[in-house]
Design a protein around this ligand. Structure first.
Ligand SMILES: Cc1cc2nc3c(=O)[nH]c(=O)nc-3n(C[C@H](O)[C@H](O)[C@H](O)COP(=O)(O)O)c2cc1C
Length: 273
């Protein structure tokens, strides 16, 4: 299979060759049309940069049909000031309306963040959305079972995360694990991937921001994340595909209350090297 073809309108500018991160698009001489590095087609990561770099739309990628490309509408970008305000106003939500969020709304948010970067453009992050009070109870119990194991073993993790206290609060009926959220969304990726933990974490971080922009509440669920990491059966019990692990988890729902101001955060250290 030919990885790409170029039409007669190609000017030989070479921007496609410069854009290919895998160096599969080669230009023999300035002004000449690009050629594919023979026998290396399987190394294409399908990022689409060769296609979008072409100023004359002459570059046709065999695996990426032109109709699947969307024009960029720069006028619709948030201003730097509005993006800054959104990022500063995003807060961890720990008080949720109990009503579940329609599945279509959750899928729409996940669709929004599907362009989050992944190592080598692997795009293998998937999501499990725990949906409904019964399933949330079952998921909470999985976390509590893991907490009980850590507490019984007097593990360093139990001490560092005050897990005995969390277990006592849960026994008193206080939901310190899921904070009454109607959903928890787990981002998972293949254990043997190139950068599964980072890919899933970036995806969840984008999801948290997209949720804030749409008026939803979200909060990282460290207890579940630690349980997924430390106790592999939790992954299968949550329906995470075999060979994958849940690396990031967000509580999710409609906020029960709204806050009106942004708390202070110190400026991080910055060094120029
Ligand atoms: C990896 C990670 C795990 C977290 N786990 C929990 C958690 O289990 N429960 C919780 O209430 N908040 C959790 N949080 C939220 C932090 O406590 C929160 O980000 C921090 O207190 C600052 O508040 P803000 O997000 O509103 O700025 C977690 C945050 C991160 C990044």
């Amino acid at each position: 299979m030919e990885l790409f073809t170029v039409t007669d309108s190609c000017t030989g500018c070479g921007l496609c060759a410069t854009a290919c991160p895998a160096s599969l698009v080669r230009q023999r001489a300035p002004g000449s049309p690009p050629q594919a590095l023979a026998g290396r087609e399987a190394h294409c990561i399908r990022c689409g940069h060769c296609v979008i770099a072409c100023p004359t739309k002459s570059f046709l990628h065999a695996l990426l049909p032109p109709e699947d490309f969307e024009p960029i509408r720069r006028k619709e970008f948030p201003s730097p000031a509005s993006l800054r305000h959104l990022l500063m106003a995003r807060r961890s939500c720990r008080a949720y309306a109990p009503t579940p969020v329609p599945r279509s709304d959750i899928v729409a948010l996940i669709e929004t963040v599907r362009h989050a970067p992944t190592g080598h453009n692997m795009r293998q992050v998937g999501y499990v959305v725990v949906d409904g009070p019964g399933r949330m109870d079952a998921a909470r119990q999985l976390v509590l079972d893991w907490i009980a194991l850590e507490v019984a073993a007097q593990s360093p993790r139990a001490a560092e995360l005050h897990l005995a206290g969390a277990a006592r609060a849960a026994a008193r009926g206080k939901d310190v694990i899921f904070r009454g959220a109607p959903h928890v969304i787990v981002a998972h990726a293949p254990i043997k991937g190139i950068s599964p933990d980072v890919d899933a974490t970036i995806a969840a971080a984008w999801l948290e921001i997209a949720a804030a922009a749409s008026g939803f509440g979200a909060c990282w669920c460290g207890y579940l994340m630690f349980a997924l990491a430390a106790h592999p059966p939790v992954n299968a019990a949550l329906g995470i595909p075999a060979g994958h692990r849940g690396y990031a988890a967000l509580l999710f729902g409609r906020p029960a209350t709204r806050v009106g101001s942004i708390p202070p955060r110190e400026m991080p250290g910055v060094e120029f090297f």
